[in-house]
Design a protein around this ligand. Structure first.
Ligand code: CMC
Length: 429
């Protein structure tokens, strides 16, 4: 028998069922509230609103726990590569050796872009932000694969999933090649997912190229850490667009646009700009911590704070350790990494940050690793998008298959003028 919560509003007594998830999280089911009472709930920014039931990712922001399909992020980072984690997220179980090989083989088959898509890149300005290019080209994929867009046909969905996973690195690398005026490098299908991406990014036709295994390892780790994070802004956007039965390409293109914002995926780019600013300003981290505390400054420590993590972000820990290892191995002394560490140390001892439980998030150190890999700053958020893709797909598929799926349509509390008399333009003062 489901637990019941009782709510009294004026003289009315209302009963609301309590829904409990597998990890003991409890939620008031208010779906019948308006029908029963005329009331809606108001929660700007969805701070305390569960928009769905989901079996993909569990995170406990108080304890700093993150699990994909029940497996801790730390374990997956240690034992899997990104393609295996993508399979887990999308299909719900770790693959057998055969399933994994078939999955890899299918993704390899779809890595090339239609030659006409290559022409699109001529139309973008040289200095186009690669996130704008990425969203546009992903959206355009729907015009090339019109025979497989039905979100309710499992075969259409399956081929679209493989196409998207396979083509996103190619689309991303071409955006970079366009911006530096180098020839596009075709995918090479005997390489792994991450090797292939690094080759398309950094190889040129006139020289041999071999990717550094440490770079490949770091990239796999970064992509896994970004692969899903339940109902974040971009994933909720993908679900929102998909709830109208929009196709997978259109839904993911919308997610890419949401991710671009500096409060979301764009934060990794903003962190590096901030660290550069601190370095160029003499490296006084205390000054920037003071500025972040002063509301009149309108300045925030980018890469700090999280809507859900109020203890620490487990992804930040993994990435900081990887960063330290990679830079050590490459014998690089990156002043930005040193400033980042000092900033973290000062902020974590400061009452303002302690009281508000503001900790470094996933974006705080990821930019420093991307720099070490030679990634240009505008590509940082693109890498986030490549990592988040299996999460977006998994949520879109989960929603499409849900027997309780409905179009997303929040309500509002209107606060504008009540009915007014129209005044013709010549009589307005
Ligand atoms: N620097 C200084 N003060 C901060 C910061 C920060 N980075 N983040 C939050 N605060 C303060 C904020 O001013 C507020 O103070 P007060 O209670 O005195 O008004 C309090 O902490 C709560 O902040 P909030 O804005 O209400 O929190 P939120 O949950 O709405 O926002 C956030 C979360 C991530 C947008 C925010 O912490 C932020 O802007 N951080 C910097 C941007 C960033 O790093 N974003 C990446 C997020 S992780 C990856 C991803 O999801 O894409």
């Amino acid at each position: 028998m489901a637990e019941i919560a009782r709510l009294s509003v004026g003289s009315e007594q209302l009963e609301l069922p309590v829904f409990e998830g597998t990890e003991g999280e409890r939620a008031l089911d208010i779906s019948k509230l308006r029908a029963q009472s005329g009331l809606i709930t108001l929660d700007e920014g969805y701070v305390n609103t569960g928009s769905t039931r989901s079996a993909i990712t569990f995170l406990d922001g108080e304890a700093g726990v993150l699990r994909y399909r029940g497996y801790p992020i730390e374990t997956l980072c240690e034992h899997c590569d990104f393609v295996e984690v993508s399979y887990l997220l999308i299909y719900g179980e770790l693959p057998t050796a055969k399933q994994l090989e078939d999955f890899r083989a299918s993704i390899r088959r779809h890595t090339m872009l239609h030659e006409d898509i290559r022409q699109f890149y001529n139309g973008f300005p040289r200095d186009a932000h690669p996130m704008g290019t990425l969203a546009s080209v992903v959206s355009a994929l729907s015009t090339f694969y019109q025979d497989s867009l039905n979100p309710h046909d499992p075969q259409h969905v399956e081929v679209s999933i493989h196409r998207l996973l396979a083509k996103l690195p190619t689309i991303a690398a071409y955006s970079h090649k366009k911006s530096v005026g180098q020839p596009f490098i075709y995918p090479q299908n005997d390489l792994s997912y991450c090797e292939n991406f690094l080759q398309m990014m950094f190889a040129v036709p006139c020289e041999p190229f071999e990717s550094d295994p440490d770079f490949v390892h770091a990239l796999n780790l970064l992509l896994i850490c970004h692969a899903d994070h339940e109902q974040n802004c971009s994933t909720s956007t993908v679900r929102m667009v998909g709830s109208a039965d929009a196709n997978l390409f259109a839904s993911v293109a919308a997610g890419i646009s949401a991710l671009w914002g500096p409060l979301h995926g764009g934060a990794n780019e903003a962190v590096v700009s901030m660290l550069e600013q601190i370095r160029d300003d003499g490296g006084d981290v205390q000054k920037y911590v003071r500025m972040a505390k002063d509301k009149d400054e309108g300045f925030r420590l980018m890469g700090f704070g999280h809507r859900v993590y109020k203890n620490f972000d487990p992804r930040a820990k993994i990435i900081q350790a990887a960063c330290s290892k990679l830079l050590g191995k490459m014998s690089i002394r990156d002043p930005l990494f040193e400033i980042a560490q000092q900033l973290e140390e000062v902020a974590l001892r400061d009452d303002y940050f302690v009281e508000r439980r503001l900790y470094p998030n996933v974006d705080f150190y990821s930019g420093v690793i991307y720099r070490a890999l030679g990634m240009p700053v505008p590509m940082f958020t693109v890498l986030f998008a490549m990592g988040r893709l299996p999460g977006w797909i998994a949520h879109w598929v989960e929603m499409m298959r849900s027997p309780t799926k409905r179009i997303y349509r929040p309500r509002q509390v209107y606060t504008g003028p009540t009915e007014r008399e129209f005044v013709p333009v010549e009589k307005r003062g």
